[in-house]
Structures are given as structure tokens and as C-alpha cells.
Design a protein around this ligand. Sequence first.
Ligand SMILES: C[S@@+](CC[C@H](N)C(=O)[O-])C[C@H]1O[C@@H](n2cnc3c(N)ncnc32)[C@H](O)[C@@H]1O
Length: 232
Amino acid sequence: MSDPSAPFLDDLPPLDGPAPIGARDAPPGRRNARAILAALRELVTDAANLESGPATLLEIGSGPGLHAAAFADPLAPARWLPTDHATDNHASILAWTDAIPVGRARPLPPRVLDASAPDTWPLDETESVRVIFSANVIHIAPWSVALGLFDGAGRVLPKGGLLLLYGPFRRHGAFTGDGDAAFQEWLLSLDSRYGVRDLDGEVIPAAAAHGLVFDHTRSMPANNLMVVFRKA
Ligand SMILES: C[S@@+](CC[C@H](N)C(=O)[O-])C[C@H]1O[C@@H](n2cnc3c(N)ncnc32)[C@H](O)[C@@H]1O
């Protein structure tokens, strides 16, 4: 299923069933998947410019792998490449992938990619990465991970390529939702280097330093944003 003008999917296997054996479940990932896919379908089709050959959509910080398993087929022929620096996530990514019904497009096998070390990203230029998607990563990782992500994205993406960040953000230094301050405290209790990043004061300037121009935000469920950067 790859026609971007088709009506929105009413089924989203394998997320419509129970988590397969060996796969980690993530209820927020299930709840928000359709809204994320709706945004990605518009954005990816534009950026992937599929007329010039299938593009690779690089996911950074895939975690359990729900997004990879749910989105690879609807976004085909773009190829979804899941990655995570933590290899213990890879078994779950593969277990979700194995549950994709026969005949539907699958993600590529997961690779080890440490966002904070862009010199080591396991990509080659023939792979034509035109979109990078990273969900729920930069607030629950040290700031050096965001900086590495921007550095790597600035090197890998071609002109017009997209970096898409999904998750919670502060705006002009302020929290935007009722539970945000408590969420921030919880993040800091996990690791003092974590925290909900300020889109305007931190994220946009850091991305711009690597040629990633802020384009727009989209409001997403649970007070999250999809933040769109375009490579200049
Ligand atoms: C909260 S999970 C999000 C998982 C998934 N993207 C989602 O939205 O359900 C954060 C993920 O970021 C990954 N991560 C943290 N630091 C990273 C790094 N330096 N490079 C790549 N991934 C990283 C973690 O291993 C974890 O899988």
C-alpha cells in the first residue's frame, strides 16, 4: 500500500494484534501511531521524491520497533531503516517485523547507530537517505545525542531532505501542558542530563548550525509535536 492519495488506513498490522513473542509493547506507541503515520505520509512523499528512485527513511532510536513495523508498508516504496544504539532493542524490532503479514513491505534489518557519534553511522551514500525520523529520543538522552543527531543529519541528508523530530518540547522556555513540569522532574530523576528540550532556544539553533532549517511544527496527540527541519 503506497498510494499517498489513498484514504487513511483502517488497519495497521501488526499493531492491531497483541505484541508478538519476543516483541516489547509500548501502549503510547500504539495509541499515537495512526496520527504519526498520517503526518509522515504527507511529509515523506514530498521529501522522498520517489520519481528519482526509492529513498531510505532512517529511523534513529527505534526502541521496541513499533513504528518500523507499522509504517514500513504504508510508506513503501521508501525503505524504512530502523536503528538503535542499544542492541537489546534489535530482537524486539525483528519480532515486530516478523509479525508483518505476508505480502506487505517490511523494514530493513535493524542496525546499530549511535546518534551521538555521527562519524560511525553505518550508512553508505548509495542508500539515498532523504528523510530522518526520530521519535521520543532527544528528551530522554543527553543533549550530546541531539547534537550528534543534527551533525549526522546535516551530513547525510541531501538538499531538501527532512529531519523529523517527534515528541514533547518546551516553547520559548515554557512548558505547554499541565503534566509537563512533573514529566520534566521525572526525566531529571532518571538522569540529570535528560529533559524536555526548548524548541525555540535550544533545538532550532542547534539544528541550524548544521544546515537544518526549521520548517514548521504539527500538533500531535498527547501534547507532542512533529517538528520538521529541511536541509538547506
Ligand atoms: C523512549 S525510547 C523511544 C523509542 C521509539 N522511538 C518510540 O517512540 O517508541 C528512546 C530510544 O532512544 C534510544 N537512544 C538513546 N540514546 C541513543 C543514542 N545515542 N543513539 C541512538 N539511539 C539512542 C534508546 O535506546 C531508546 O530506544
